[in-house]
Design a protein around this ligand. Structure first.
Ligand code: PHE
Length: 442
């Protein structure tokens, strides 16, 4: 049975696919800006604390649920317990559709900017001019929608090919490429005259910023960045061989994701400082401030293109795992062929993303006082993702604990050395901490 669903050919392939899911726009675009806005090193310390306690624990829980259930999130919860718990699986499938719909819009922007930067943006020099160009681009009714379509088409093409020939092969190629680009751009940024101010800004702890809002932001970011709470890691885990050691894999994926986030900080902040821009520019940092930075840099068009290729690759490998959740659901539960599921779900998610894309100016659609894009992002990041996280931790900690503990034990049947701590985190620490983030986010 499991054979016909497909399977990762190697542990390395699995780790690269899971790291591909984790490493995304959250690392390169959001993390440096959040660290900048929330006190630099203080944010980093709190973030690391969450990642290596709660984050890694929930990731391991997801891997174990997936492999024990050998199914998509809905099938896995049904198989392990059933009843109302199956709802957690549905939350993951719906949440993945919602996240992918707006994630793909931003993914489209990254492709557009890779193309635009390569072609050169003549006449634009300062951040203000780039800000105007960006606002005009996203408000256009057609262009961004076409790039969103291109991004979805690439995602569909890879996912339709299956686990081993599609996602695993693509991630084996793209993840090392991503790593090389990050290292090249870091080297460039760190050797700019004036880079030191950015390094200081990133690593200087500003303890006055240690507030409740910052702690909430750090935990929310840990969840989003590690792709938790939406069933992505459950789904990838369902294609794992029995021999793979789960705790070790979770440590690898968590560490790679963290490494790339920190390198992204060293890549972006020194360059922003060296050219006198505002690091707190927020969402506009990647698309407004950085193009202005590249415009002032020798060989800027080349480095700029490389940067947007990096963003596009990071976004794509995350998108694979989001579409895979929905495809696995349609294949396992509804008996669709993989190709039909990938094209069908991909097309529907593309359509759901269109209003998000248009909400930047072409179509003033407001719901609950928020633009459509903002609403989708809010519902997924502030509600569905933490809710999924709480329920997954409770499920593993209380409901199916012995079964899941056995799943994480090694070949010899012995559990890993930190298993007792893991259980305490799943039972008490993670649900309480995430529930707090959920409530303060509402
Ligand atoms: N982890 C991805 C990022 O950092 C986003 C993501 C969230 C992917 C949830 C899958 C599931 O960009």
């Amino acid at each position: 049975m499991a054979g016909s669903r497909g399977r990762f050919a190697s542990r390395l392939g699995f780790i690269l696919a899971a790291a591909g899911s984790a490493v995304g726009l959250g690392n390169v675009w959001k993390f440096p800006y959040l660290a900048g806005a929330h006190g630099g090193a203080v944010f980093l310390i709190v973030y690391l604390g969450f990642v290596f306690t709660i984050g890694i624990s929930v990731m391991l829980a997801e891997f174990a649920i997936g492999r024990a259930g050998e199914k998509n999130p809905v099938g896995a919860f049904k198989h392990l317990k059933g009843g109302a718990w199956t709802g957690v699986g549905y939350l993951g499938v719906v949440g993945s559709c919602v996240i992918l719909s707006f994630y793909s819009v931003v993914g489209g922007w990254t492709i557009a900017y890779a193309v635009k930067t390569a072609a050169g943006m003549p006449g634009l020099t300062d951040a203000k001019a780039f800000g105007g160009a960006f606002a005009a681009f996203v408000a256009d009714p057609l262009q961004p929608v076409l790039y969103h379509l291109a991004f979805m088409a690439m995602t569909i093409a890879i996912v339709a090919r299956g686990i081993e020939r599609g996602i695993e092969r693509a991630c084996r190629l793209l993840m090392p490429l991503l790593f090389v680009i990050v290292v090249v751009l870091c080297a460039r940024s760190l050797t700019l005259p004036g880079a030191m101010a950015g390094i200081k800004f990133f690593l200087n702890p500003d303890f006055s910023k240690l507030t409740g809002a910052m702690v909430t932001a750090a935990l929310g970011q840990a969840f989003f960045s590690l792709s938790l709470g939406m069933g992505s890691m459950i789904t990838l885990g369902s294609y794992l061989s029995r021999q793979t050691h789960l705790a070790g894999s979770a440590l690898w994926v968590t560490s790679l994701d963290t490494l790339i986030a920190i390198l992204a900080g060293f890549m972006i902040l020194p360059a922003v400082f060296a050219f006198g821009f505002d690091p707190g520019a927020g969402p506009g940092l990647s698309f407004i401030t950085l193009p202005a930075v590249f415009a002032k840099m020798p060989w800027g068009a080349g480095f700029g293109t490389l940067f947007f290729v990096l963003l596009a690759v990071a976004a794509l490998t995350s998108a694979f795992s989001l579409l895979e959740v929905v495809v696995a659901f349609l294949v396992d539960e509804k008996g669709w062929t993989r190709a039909k599921a990938a094209y069908g779900a991909g097309a529907a998610i593309f359509l759901l993303g269109v209003p998000s894309s248009l909400s930047f100016g072409a179509w003033e659609l407001k719901l609950f006082g928020k633009g459509f894009f903002e609403l989708m992002d809010y519902a997924a990041s502030n509600v569905m993702l933490p809710l999924g996280g709480v329920l997954i931790a409770l499920f593993v900690g209380w409901v199916v604990s012995p079964r899941i503990m056995a799943e994480t034990a090694g070949e010899d049947g012995r559990s890993f050395s930190l298993a007792p701590a893991w259980r305490v985190i799943c039972r008490y620490v993670a649900p309480l901490a995430i529930a707090w983030v959920l409530i303060s986010g509402l």
